[in-house]
Write a protein that binds this ligand. Structure first.
Ligand SMILES: C[S@@+](CC[C@H](N)C(=O)[O-])C[C@H]1O[C@@H](n2cnc3c(N)ncnc32)[C@H](O)[C@@H]1O
Length: 237
């Protein structure tokens, strides 16, 4: 697959700021067919070091609320300022379980490689996230998962890098469909596997970062055959 937008970004900058599989390629594929216009306010939930926020601001001209828990707003602000994007991207330090926003505020929520950490309960979407999205607003989520449910018999290749607790956040498309079908506030449009899985992981494994080095050992042992990248597209009712 080609990623004409993602490939324009400086590779060294990406390697320094990645926190998992290449978030730009994931986002480029996730946003295919989604209309984002410059008058929109977007919640980038679990934005990490803000790579996806930068991409959204630059490629679509939208206003982004770059929201994350592990990375401080101050750190992200410095990064956005260096790129001259401080007027377009607002860094916020917050927990997805307790967001500090007004109801019906966002035209869209986009979340790459983080929803699986906090969105895996039946009530999260309806009580913690959907209230902040406008009616008919866009929900686009992408994160790692399992091809099938392996929780009763976790493959040893996966356990090289991840503990059983980490793998608790990995589920199949079917599992996510069953969970989100319980929502009273969204309409699921599609749940599918992204095509960029292999390429996005290869890019991450090039990073000289402790987690990437551990993941490299798992992936080299064949863990990738059990994994996918899941894309969920939905609309707020
Ligand atoms: C693997 S990193 C991915 C970061 C970024 N989206 C990317 O792809 O580069 C997962 C991110 O999820 C965020 N996260 C996890 N739990 C969260 C929570 N409860 N509220 C907000 N963010 C959370 C972390 O702060 C972390 O930056």
């Amino acid at each position: 697959m080609k990623y004409p937008k993602s490939e324009q970004y400086d590779k060294q900058f990406l390697l320094e700021n990645m926190m998992g599989p290449n978030a730009l390629k994931i986002l480029e594929e996730l946003t295919e067919g989604i209309k984002l216009t410059s008058d929109m306010k977007i919640l980038d939930l679990g934005c990490g070091k803000g790579l996806t926020s930068i991409f959204l601001a630059k490629e679509f001209g939208v206003q982004v609320y770059a929201t994350d828990l592990w990375i401080t707003a101050a750190e992200n602000f410095e990064r956005f300022k260096k790129l001259g994007l401080e007027d377009r991207i607002i860094p916020i330090h917050a927990n997805a379980l307790d967001l500090p926003y007004a109801e019906n505020y966002f035209d869209a929520v986009i979340s790459v490689d983080s929803y699986h950490y906090f969105g895996n309960t039946p009530e999260f979407m309806d009580t913690k996230l959907a209230p902040y999205i406008k009616p008919n607003g866009i929900i686009a989520l992408a994160f790692p998962g399992f091809k099938k449910d392996y929780h009763n018999n976790l493959p040893s290749e996966l356990l090289i890098s991840w503990g059983a607790e980490d793998l608790d956040t990995f589920h199949s498309c079917k599992w996510w469909h069953e969970l989100l079908s319980q929502s009273q506030t969204i309409n699921i449009e599609s749940i599918s596997e992204l095509k960029c899985m292999e390429e996005a992981w290869q890019d991450w494994l090039e990073c000289d970062e402790e987690h990437a080095i551990n993941d490299r050992a798992s992936m080299n042992a064949g863990a990738g055959k059990y994994m996918n990248l899941i894309a969920i597209k939905a609309k707020k009712l």
